[in-house]
Design a protein around this ligand. Sequence first.
Ligand SMILES: Cc1cc2nc3c(=O)[nH]c(=O)nc-3n(C[C@H](O)[C@H](O)[C@H](O)COP(=O)(O)OP(=O)(O)OC[C@H]3O[C@@H](n4cnc5c(N)ncnc54)[C@H](O)[C@@H]3O)c2cc1C
Length: 398
Amino acid sequence: MTKTEKILIVGGGFGGVKAALGLADDPRFDVTLLTEDAEFRYYPTLFRTATGGKRANSSIPLDQIFADKAVKIVRGTAATLDRKTKSVTTKESQTYEYDTLIIGLGVVTNYFGIAGLAEYSYSIKSQKEVERFKAHLHQQLTDERRPDLHYIIVGAGPTGIELAGALPGYLKYITKNHGIKNRSVHIDLIEAAPRLLPRLPKDVSRRVKRRLKRLGVKLYVGSVVQGQTADTLTVNGKPIRSHTVVWTAGVTNHPFFTDNHFVLMTRGKVAVDTYLQAEDNIFVIGDNANTPYSGMAQTALHDGEFVAHNLRRRAAGESFKSYIAHAPVTVIPVGPHWAVVQGQGIWRFQGFLGWLVREAADLVGFHDLEPWPKAINQFLTEFETQDNCEVCTVASAA
Ligand SMILES: Cc1cc2nc3c(=O)[nH]c(=O)nc-3n(C[C@H](O)[C@H](O)[C@H](O)COP(=O)(O)OP(=O)(O)OC[C@H]3O[C@@H](n4cnc5c(N)ncnc54)[C@H](O)[C@@H]3O)c2cc1C
């Protein structure tokens, strides 16, 4: 009888979950998914949860995704890799052995050492952070009975743009609920580069700029954050009064790879070969791998599927296929019923049609992880709201 291959997948995000789904229920593999959270984080809709949307719209319990799948899910924080014993040990001192290891840990926030940001800024990279941000918005209105002097978003990449687009409507809604009428709110979007969306074509930046201006967001490009205190953000040497600063401007690769002496390339990404192997039988996928389109959910899904496919091939006595990077299509929603779509080459469009494309992309994104009925239910949570604020609950029920 042939031995079952012990697969350890570390990280239950886009890449890890997709790899696990691709290997589950195959009797040739014994699959363990080691991850920190009990829920899968659907990052693309986190900005909606942060602006009044339902938590369930951007989170799916892993138990639900793997309900009828032969995948063992274990919770823990992977800390050390022992190449000799082929095992990973967690911070909680649990050790998991593998024949084949797949790592997809995602990236972590980078404050570039700027004083005060880690302490005082908000972030929307996890449900915990989103809930902290939302609670702050409501608490500040309850305490001060007027909007904050400035609501500041730092970073005009896709995450900052999405949040800046959704925040005006949400603030209008909650200020009204809190009985604060006719007070204008100041939303500032700050970017160090000379234009918005510096990684996309200039033309896309211009379209998004026009849209944000129409929504009332003030844009400051070429503006460098130098420090933050409890009530001030210093930008280009000038202090701006604010208690609400959201940092979306920097990420860096997961520290697991430096801690465990992987070979790193530009932007700290892990060097991988044409099969996404960093070392013999250690595969690195998604945001962690040094591939052309690393940093997108679509890439992580593709990577997870690719590695699972190759492992199935190897188990069947076939050789590995080489990796082909798929150029992603970028769709960025900016405020209600509007999104800009950037395909490969010169084609791009924006507006309501762009928003429909984004809706379809989310539905397909959920279906990448779950069967259609569950994916549709997940998708429909977009149209529900959730605010853990007594004032808003009473106001919206009235
Ligand atoms: C706010 C936001 C919005 C985004 N929007 C889009 C978008 O619209 N379209 C798009 O294509 N991309 C988007 N992205 C990028 C996309 O989400 C990432 O590229 C994708 O999540 C990468 O997948 P991954 O599997 O590499 O990592 P992740 O999905 O980040 O998964 C990493 C997993 O590892 C777990 N983990 C971390 N550390 C440990 C540890 N030490 N031990 C065990 N487990 C650990 C985490 O809990 C997580 O489950 C967005 C990202 C953010 C932050």
